[in-house]
Design a protein. Sequence first.
Length: 320
Amino acid sequence: MKTRNFLLNMPRKTALLYEHVLRYLQVLVSQSPDRSVRLPTEAKLCRKFQVSRITVRRAYAELERKHFIHRAPRRGTFSRPHALQRSELLKGDNMVIGLVESSQWDLASQLVGRCVRHATQRAEQLGYSLAIIQLDTADIRRCRNGLIRHLHILSPGGLLLDARLPPRLAAQLQKERIPCVAMYEDPELSPGIPAIFCSTEAILRLLIRHLKAHRHQCIGYLAGYSVAWAASVTIANAPRVWREEGLTLPRAHLLSGPYGVDSGRRLGHRILSRKPRPTALICGDDMMALGAWQATEQLGRRVPQDVAIAGIGNFLDPVL
């Protein structure tokens, strides 16, 4: 699958395209401060960035006005040696933040699309533009080349990592001193990169208290995971959380599996066939909750009259 780049809901779209072209040319000029280099033609830049010739000419005019380049008729456009230092050329903060997603995710889906829209809106509120970068994380070489290409074109002020990058690539980002924040739970995947994520334990406590308020005492847990580390941590902590909330979580009422509808349906059949049968289920995400709901109906039980179901994620309407 080819690497793709999406710029979603970008304010001042034309201005941002101009800034991307300008930033790209600035990098080319700064890479050879001691000699004159020939810069790409207008036609080549138009194809590369999918922009109009007017936008490219505007970027070249800005560099020419500052005496960073000179144009030779019938020969091309060249950088001026010793025109400026790299720090002078690239000074200033870039108001573009890169959101790195795996190419395995469908950005148009309800689950991922909603997250992207909220992130875009929040970035705009803070005065930033969000550049969505999709990478093939299954192929290390393609992932590395794709990320380098996007960084070269966009020069983002920072990266939000929602895709699990190979450790060597994460280390390279640290070496280049690119500000990064990971949005997943496994610290071993990207060592040294700050991570921020929802506290599963805190969410479980809130859901348990809500279900206890509705007189549920036998609550099962369908734990979801995407990596082994997350699964082991969730399963190890769950009985303690139940105990501290005044309940018990028998081993038969604690099942785990990958996130998704199929997994929730399979686990739902298993847990609802055991005795004592839980009167409520907490699921690792809303897709698992949807699968558990299907399993409940297939077993001839009603939601929420016979079995209450809660999911983590807020991706679906609260019909459960």
